[in-house]
Design a protein around this ligand. Structure first.
Ligand SMILES: Cc1ncc(COP(=O)(O)O)c(C=O)c1O
Length: 502
């Protein structure tokens, strides 16, 4: 006879799941917890004060022997996890690229949890597969990309570029998929990107066996855009030395300043020289939806691949990145490999997304995009991006009015880079250090770095620092729908006061 099902301390039955009545109760409590968290997020410290290891010390060294009740787990979330976090969704979080938490985005994530499907083939979840296809196409239309492009959803842009460059590698060195790179008479293949581009190009080169040193950094101009003449000269020189070009990575929205490379010129060069062009529009891609920014998509039609991160600028919660490839079959040819046990599941399908990358198991990411994009609509997305641009310009005005600060780069999209230079009158032009004011460059660097570190340690606001032309500068990235003009003003006043106190 079967033993009667007993409930453990955790409220779960001995072999199965939580009884439905209990689950419903917990869900209601969790709903309140989530709503309270979101409503009162601005009362939290943006960043913790703790030293590394402080969270670990509060956690048991061993996993529990017996199950524990959900109430206790949630209490520990409040006690240990929430105070130990940098709150990216806090309205005073002004670091990196702001952040894309929204209430509909959270609802989308919650909806995804109980479905918990594996979107590896069409047959294993037709709705996940087909919704993914439709979301990729909605975004393509929104950013004005031609229908020669089709895509796949990955977690991040870093994974996207790796897949794009795998195809570029296959086209530059045919049969690499089959034979690999070693033991063959292959030259070193070169990848070119600007000195402002994200390190994901190097990471991809490492993963693909192309070698980090074969990613060549091309100098950028005074506005942090790739210098196309220098690109052409470097490629020509490499060719003479038996180092053929494999790909160029142009950026629309660089990590430090959100500068935009001259993509059209780069694209023409790549077309003539038959080089794969990848566009890293991880940040800037979303802004192509804003009519005033449609110039940023000039030249996209000539690209081979483009990556856009809706988790940066199109309000989808992390993680959600789309890789578009012109003629997506090129990606499929490199990655399609159907194991015997899945053969039956791959028939009758228009698309099995496992064929377009190294992942077999895939989350149902499209659902949260569907929820947030339907909730905002195109006009809602554009209005919010315009507000980020407005706030960034406002901050620029404030910076210009305080002669102790200077702009360090042309503001772009939601990103503003600036530098504290001391108390005297401003120097003409931008990006210059003020000799004899706050002192020599390394002293000014230290002051700027200290301002950022003090503010971040205070828990009142959070910003980032970066290096531009060797100088340390402060950087604000707007992107959070909760960040209002008042929050930004308060952040600016904190910066001014911290600078005065130093
Ligand atoms: C321009 C740019 N490209 C790529 C990336 C990498 O993005 P991910 O974290 O999605 O890999 C970043 C990250 O901030 C970025 O700024």
């Amino acid at each position: 006879m079967q033993e009667p099902q007993q409930q453990s301390q955790s409220g779960l039955s001995r072999f199965g799941d939580m009884p439905p009545v209990e689950f419903r109760k917990q869900l209601h409590e969790l709903a309140d917890w989530i709503a309270d968290f979101r409503e009162h997020i601005d009362e939290l410290c943006v960043a913790p004060h703790d030293k590394p290891g402080a969270i670990r010390e509060q956690l048991p060294k061993r996993a529990p022997e017996e199950g524990e009740p959900f109430e206790e787990i949630l209490t520990d979330v409040d006690r240990i996890i929430v105070p130990g976090m940098v709150h990216w969704s806090h309205p005073m979080f002004l670091g990196y690229f702001g952040w894309t938490s929204t209430a509909p985005g959270i609802l989308g994530e919650i909806l995804t949890a109980p479905l918990n499907v594996n979107a590896m083939t069409w047959r294993t979840c037709p709705a996940a597969t087909e919704l993914e296809t439709v979301m990729i196409d909605w975004l393509r239309q929104w950013v004005g990309l031609s229908d020669d492009f089709d895509g796949v959803i990955f977690d991040t842009a870093s994974v996207g570029i790796m897949h794009a460059l795998a195809v570029a590698r296959e086209e530059a060195a045919p049969a690499t998929r089959k034979l690999g790179l070693t033991g063959r008479d292959l030259p070193r293949l070169r990848i070119y990107t600007s000195d402002q581009a994200h390190s994901s190009a190097e990471k991809a080169a490492i993963a693909l066996g192309l070698g980090e040193e074969n990613v060549i950094r091309i100098p950028s101009d005074e506005q942090f855009r790739m210098d196309v003449d220098s690109l052409g000269q470097t490629i020509a020189k490499d060719r003479r030395n038996g180092l053929p070009p494999m790909a160029v990575v142009a950026t629309v929205g660089t990590t430090s300043t959100a500068s935009v490379d001259p993509v059209s010129e780069i694209a023409n060069l790549c077309r003539e020289a038959k080089i794969w062009l990848h566009i890293d529009a991880a940040y800037g891609g979303g802004f192509a939806m804003v009519p005033e920014y449609d110039w940023t998509r000039k030249g996209w039609e000539l690209a081979d691949s483009i990556v856009i991160n809706p988790h940066k600028t199109v309000f989808v919660p992390l993680d959600f990145s789309v890789l578009y490839v012109r003629d997506l079959a090129r990606l499929r040819r490199v990655f399609s490999l159907v194991p015997e046990y899945l053969r039956g599941d791959t028939v009758d399908a228009e698309k099995n997304y496992m064929d377009y990358g190294i992942q077999l198991g895939r989350r149902f990411r499209a659902l949260k995009a569907w929820v947030i994009w339907r909730s905002l609509g195109r006009t809602g997305v554009v209005a919010r991006l315009r507000e980020q641009i407005r706030l960034a310009r406002l901050l620029v005005d404030w910076i210009k009015r305080d002669d102790r600060f200077e702009l360090s780069a042309q503001p772009s999209m939601g990103v503003v880079c600036f530098r504290f230079i001391g108390a005297a009158a401003p120097l003409p032009g931008m990006g210059t250090t003020a000799p004899g004011r706050a002192g020599p460059t390394d002293r000014v660097d230290k002051i700027n770095s200290d301002i950022v570190e003090r503010i971040n340690a205070s828990g009142c606001a959070y910003l980032t620092q970066t290096k531009l032309r060797g100088q340390t500068v402060m950087r604000i990235g707007l992107g959070n729908v909760l960040t209002t003009e008042e929050h930004l003003r308060s952040g600016w006043e904190i910066i001014q006061k911290t600078a005065s106190d130093l």
